[in-house]
Design a protein around this ligand. Sequence first.
Ligand SMILES: [Fe+2]
Ligand SMILES: [Fe+2]
Length: 152
Amino acid sequence: MKITEALFAEHLVFHNMFDHIEAAAPRLKTLAEIKSLAALMESLLKSHSDTEDEMFIGPLEHCFEQIGQRDAFLEEHQEIDVSLRYVQIAKDFKKARQLLLSAVSYSRKHFDKEERIVFPLAERVLNNKTLTTLNHTWMEQRARSGSGRSGR
Ligand SMILES: [Fe+2]
Ligand SMILES: [Fe+2]
């Protein structure tokens, strides 16, 4: 499997999580519930985004520069992370929920952009062998870090 396919498969899981958060948000009653959803999303996204930064920025840097996307790519990951951290320090329930929902919608746009631009770019620029090797590296890193995700 290529790294782009593995990341895309993770995107599908995230899209389900985003649907779930958006559907659940109006029914949530406490600040603690909002914060725990935000914390879950933050920790799951972190390993996904770190992988993308590690795997793509190096090999694709010159291409991102050509299309003027280099900084945007890195900044969007930081932006999502920061907005989810704001949820953790929010004191007001409605504000926290609004921050969580805006992080979700921002993430959707970011994911959409990766699916339309970044992954196809990676597939054009890197050959299949490289993409497959990157995926193996990623799986090995995950196995070593004990995240329990294997079998891909
Ligand atoms: Fe990303
Ligand atoms: Fe992604």
